[in-house]
Design a protein around this ligand. Sequence first.
Ligand code: NI
Ligand code: MN
Length: 225
Amino acid sequence: MPQVRFLGHSCITITEGEHKLVIDPFLTDNPQATVKADELDVNYVLITHGHSDHVGDGIAIAKRTGATVIANFELANMCAKEGCNIHPMHIGGRFDFDFGSVKLTIAHHGGGYGEDASRYTGPPVGFLVTIGGKVIYHPGDTGLFYDMKLIGDLHKIDLAFLPIGDNFTMGVDDAVKAAEFLQAKKVVPFHYGTWPIIDSKPEDFAAKVTGSEVVILKPGDTLEV
Ligand code: NI
Ligand code: MN
């Protein structure tokens, strides 16, 4: 059974046996982070898009641990230029790794690395991670899109994270619709409360979702999928 740990904002780790993955490891300067970037030991670093609250400490972690960065072609190559091992992919593509598989989905959002997000990192993506027979969906930053219905129809999702913070991503009501499209067994709200501008209430989300179990995780909490 894969163990999923929420580390605040959009950062999660997925652990199954010797396989250790981190997605969007924004820890330094993340007011929600309960773990230091130096403490993380992983084999893979998955990054949804180039924004600093998602790349975060990813490059430093990958260089320190030798972990492979999985990201879209443009962002992965930027990480390679910074000294990381990489596995570039792109939207719609799936690949079998030693831990399971990863498929890249669309996300409606921006990209770009650096303080002013001006370094080109390709389009944002989401990840469908299959590990230990379970399917976990990390959509990255995105607004609501109707193809989430297709993603839900094509994949039996055990656990889906959904941003609810509004302003930069979908807010509560659109995330409720997203949950309806995805038909995941469990949904976990994230990307809220990190700063006042994305201060949504996860209880509002939980009260409105029907058809999936809503699990509210505090930073540091672990969930068995
Ligand atoms: Ni973003
Ligand atoms: Mn973000």
